[in-house]
Design a protein around this ligand. Structure first.
Ligand code: GCO
Ligand code: MG
Length: 404
């Protein structure tokens, strides 16, 4: 078998997605997700201009060799643009290999280690009544675990909190200029433990609760928050400090038993080296899409397993259904699976990317279609072209930029 075409499709059925479609001389095709939120066209150009020409003519079954040649051969290693591009190739090749074998991808990864894949969903509110309503909605949808994000008194807009529940969908259409959010760490640290206390009082001790600090704290602040949240027994506290500094987690870990999750912005195993070998975290959060694909993520999970660290693949709305499908195959197969984030998609996104994976009773299953089980409706994708969009920026009260 030989690759005859590699084409990049950028579509915005509510938000932008970048998809690589590889076609072989035997007519078998494969899809990969290369979506990098707010920087989509950089990855599209990397793929179109620098990777696609190298793929034509090669044997698509050589997944590992292709990965290594794209990673090592570029000389300029790592980074989100490079690794998202390599991820798309890796997943598309796994898709082709599994289709050629007539098997769903999870079978090539060792087969199912579980019957279904547990998820967590998002609940947010500007105040407690709004948050409680959101939690009730997620519970009604069947989610077995819930991430809680809350408005902070005195702050206008906070990460993960929609300006009104009715606007949740509209806000998926991101802005053509970055929205400016405001931030006050002291106000946040005072308020969040009271939110978890109220949620525990209302919903009881059993519901697994998560929280994302989105890289905003210093190690000492994160340690304090972890300690303050201990009575509420979180499933995890996510991205408590900026992810670049692995050593920062030593201090956090020494001071709190709240489980820690990190890694959605990481793109290679080297970003995790200290965190894993010193057992400073409990969950690795990388997405198939931003970590170079199924091949390296599988290796990361195997490495993490030696240190009792579990998988928790990043699954917000900005991972396309192609990236999500690949994730769910891995989730079903790896032994040290922890949880899968699943934020769901707009109805139009489900139409553009028809997929075999299912979401029932808060659990995902990849389905039994050969490959990753996603088909791209190219006509519908073309009818919804790229829209300029940015993630927000975050500023303190004095106007200076803070981590977002
Ligand atoms: C999460 C993440 C996302 C990111 C988003 C950025 O835990 O789901 O923090 O919400 O902010 O993926 O593009
Ligand atoms: Mg996060």
């Amino acid at each position: 078998m030989k690759i005859v075409d590699a084409k990049v499709v950028v579509t915005s059925p509510g938000r932008n997605f970048v998809t690589l479609k590889i076609t072989t001389d035997e007519g078998v095709t494969g899809l990969g997700d290369a979506t990098l939120n707010g920087r989509e066209l950089a990855v599209a150009a990397y793929l179109r201009d620098h990777v696609a020409p190298l793929l034509v003519g090669i044997d698509p079954h050589r997944v590992e060799d292709t990965w290594q040649s794209l990673y090592r051969g570029a000389y300029w290693r790592r980074g989100p643009v490079t690794m998202a591009a390599i991820a798309a190739v890796d997943v598309a090749l796994w898709d082709i290999k599994a289709k050629a074998a007539g098997l769903p991808l999870y079978q090539l990864l060792g087969g199912a280690s579980r019957e279904r894949v547990g998820t967590y969903g998002h609940a947010d509110g500007r105040d407690l009544p709004e948050l409680f309503d959101a939690i009730r909605s997620r519970l009604a949808e069947g989610y077995p675990a819930i991430r809680i994000q809350s408005g902070i008194p005195g702050l206008k807009t906070v990460y993960g909190v929609h300006s009104s529940p009715d606007h949740a969908e509209a806000e998926l259409h991101q802005q053509a200029r970055p929205v400016v959010e405001d931030w006050d760490t002291a106000a946040y640290l005072r308020h969040i433990p009271t939110v978890f206390e109220a949620v525990r009082n209302e919903f009881g001790p059993e519901l697994p609760l998560l929280h994302d600090a989105h890289h905003r704290l210093t190690p000492a602040q994160a340690a304090q928050l972890g300690k303050d949240l201990e009575p509420y027994r979180l499933f995890w506290l996510e991205d408590c400090t900026p992810a670049e500094n692995q050593e920062a987690l030593r201090l956090v870990r020494r001071h709190t038993t709240t489980p820690l999750a990190i890694g959605e912005v990481f793109n290679t195993v080297y970003d995790y080296q200290t965190l894993i070998t010193e057992q400073l975290i409990d969950y690795v959060r990388s997405a198939v899409t931003h970590f170079g694909g199924v091949s390296p993520l599988r290796k990361l999970f195997d490495f993490a397993a030696q240190y009792q660290i579990k998988s928790a693949i990043h699954g917000p709305e900005d991972i396309s259904p192609v990236g999500m499908a690949a994730a769910v195959h891995l989730d079903l197969a790896v032994h040290n699976f922890g949880i899968q984030e699943y934020a769901g998609y707009t109805p139009l996104t489900h139409e553009v990317f028809r997929h075999a994976f299912t979401f029932t009773d808060g659990h995902l299953h990849p389905g039994e279609a050969p490959g990753i089980g996603v088909e791209l409706n190219e006509e519908l994708a073309a009818a919804h072209p790229y829209e300029a969009a940015y993630l927000p920026v975050n500023r303190l009260r004095d106007g200076s930029v803070h981590d977002w």
